[in-house]
Design a protein around this ligand. Structure first.
Ligand code: MCA
Ligand code: AMP
Length: 487
């Protein structure tokens, strides 16, 4: 494998990263990141306070250059979740922009400020990268990304340098993605979508990223008018863009000058596919993957995409459909199967969780995605659902129902609770908590708001229920198990 980020080894004055707080060329980024890289070299792991900023992206780049595994931290993670991530990943250092106040859970770490303002602009041509340690082997970890399961706290997926390089190169093949491409998006950079694809992706190609800060049709139109050629987003982004373009058709037409609109992390509805195509003239292409596997399949740039599919397996990626177990005595529909995969982009395992790592694979070594799919006549993969009902996808975030239930049960006003995802046109699924209160008389709107805030503060705002329904009891089967299907 070549270096993970070859464009930083021999940097030019071409644009590399642009965020709302600043922009850098490759020469500037190489100088900033290698300077920082030398200061963190040799550390076991480095946490990065992953706001959508140039400072955070520079910190992540520094970790990759120095060969120090990066733990991107959601800056809105609640106290419980943050404490878990810090205890589990045990970083030695935390990188954050100067002046940012970090929560107590990170206070015990060595803090190094990522000061991009002091070096940019005007650094071009004057700074020279400091030599960083030799490129580590491809099997070495690059990132530890935390992802939710059905129960328990999130697990750290260890992603190697080789897995990231292999996946990005396979996507480059699928999308004809080159150094001439300029990517625009508004994704968080603490998850695979915005981080591996959306930040490391353009840097590996030698192209650029324009991070919009927040999703907004007019802002995106300006980015495309300024040269953005590709757009990444979750379905919620496209749903909101469709409304923006309907209100401002010029913005939609301008965005139509881009080369590719790509959606992923959850299914884009046929309705939103059609709205975006009508507004921009471009058909959105979907791709599919998981934190643990990176991207597995994609609608190719050189093929017309088929709505309702997530494209073909990437180069060197194998996808098979395994027989589904009969549920409740019913035979599964013909043609449907459990999606299992193999490929060079798969994770190395869950950090310090050998049993969970082993359980994620079949006896013959294929990774179980937990998704249910079928092949279309043209050989494309269509996803039709998930095996676990306790996993919710809201706004493109994977959220375990059990984690929210446990948080709610800690609240004195909650006697019993069942959390489910219900269909939502904007978020895909909306988190709804069915709560049996300890005191019926106290079950009012104030308590509902209090429960929502409780989850947001303990876990993260995106894990908060969007709706709390007070109920007298939960439907249970003869064994006493809650029957969520009846909710
Ligand atoms: C509201 N807020 C609150 C509360 N109520 N905060 C605390 N307590 C409360 N009770 C705040 C929020 O913090 C937020 O602040 C604002 O109100 C709106 O929040 P929210 O409603 O959650 O945001 P949203 O507008 O609904 O978010 C939609 C979104 C988001 C922007 C699309 O869901 C998103 O960024 N999704 C991306 C997910 C993603 O990247 N997934 C990749 C993982 P503020 O406005 O300041 O933020 S999947 C993956 O990686 C695989 C490989 C793949 O396939 O891609
Ligand atoms: P995460 O673990 O957060 O990385 O989420 C991975 C899950 O997102 C997959 O198992 C799928 O269920 C879902 N997913 C990702 N991309 C798509 C897509 N294009 N269409 C439908 N579901 C998707």
């Amino acid at each position: 494998m070549s270096a993970l980020l070859p464009a930083l080894a021999d940097p030019t004055d071409e644009p590399a990263l642009r965020f709302p707080d600043g922009a850098v060329t490759y020469r500037e980024l190489a100088a900033l990141a290698s300077d920082l890289g030398v200061r963190i070299a040799g550390r076991s792991r480095v946490a990065v306070w992953a706001t959508p900023t140039l400072a955070a992206a520079t910190g992540i780049t520094a970790g990759l250059l120095a060969g120090v595994p990066v733990v991107p931290v959601n800056p809105k993670a609640g106290e419980r979740e943050l404490a878990h991530i810090v205890a589990s990943s045990a970083p030695e250092v935390v990188l954050a922009a100067p002046g940012v106040e970090l929560p107590a859970a990170l206070a015990g770490l060595v803090r190094i400020d990522v000061d991009v303002a002091g070096r940019v602009p005007g650094a071009a041509g004057t700074t020279r990268p400091v030599p960083v340690p030799e490129e580590p082997p491809a099997k070495d970890p690059a990132l530890v990304v935390y992802t939710s399961g059905t129960t328990g706290p999130p697990k750290g997926a260890v992603l190697s340098r080789g897995a990231i390089a292999a996946d990005l190169d396979a996507l480059a093949d699928a999308w004809a993605w080159t150094g001439a491409d300029r990517l625009a998006h508004a994704l968080p950079i603490f998850h695979v979508h915005g981080l591996v694809l959306g930040t490391i992706g353009p840097l590996r190609r030698g192209g650029s990223l324009h991070h919009l800060g927040a999703i907004d049709g007019q802002r995106l139109a300006v980015a495309v008018a300024e040269g953005a050629t590709m757009v990444f987003g979750v379905p919620t982004h496209y749903h909101r863009l469709a409304a923006d373009f309907e209100a401002d058709p010029d913005a939609g037409r301008t965005v139509g000058r881009a080369r590719l609109l790509i959606s992923g992390s959850a299914a884009l509805t046929a309705v939103d596919h059609a709205r975006i195509e009508k507004a921009t003239g471009l058909a959105v292409r979907e791709r599919y993957g998981l934190t643990e596997t990176l991207i597995l399949t994609a609608a190719r740039a050189d093929e017309e995409p088929e709505v309702g599919t997530v494209g073909r397996p990437l180069a060197d990626t194998e996808v098979r459909l395994a027989p589904l177990p009969a549920a409740d005595g019913e035979q599964p529909d013909e043609g449907l199967g459990a999606v299992e995969v193999r490929g060079p982009q798969l994770f190395s395992g869950y950090l310090d969780l050998p049993e969970a790592t082993a359980a994620a694979r079949t006896a013959d070594g294929w990774f179980r995605t937990g998704d249910i799919g079928r092949w279309t006549e043209s050989g494309l993969l269509a996803l039709v659902g998930r095996q676990a009902t306790d996993l919710i996808k809201s706004g493109g975030y994977k959220i375990g129902a059990g984690e929210i239930e446990n948080a709610l049960l800690e609240h004195a006003a909650v006697a019993e609770v069942a959390v489910v995802g219900v269909p939502d046109p904007d978020l895909g699924e909306r988190i709804v908590a069915h709560v049996v209160p300890t005191d019926r008389a106290a079950a009012d709107d104030d308590l509902a708001r209090g429960l929502v805030d409780h989850v947001a503060a303990l876990l993260a705002p995106h894990k908060r229920p969007r709706e709390v329904r007070f109920v007298e009891s939960l439907p249970r089967n003869a064994m006493g198990k809650v029957q969520k299907k009846l909710l």
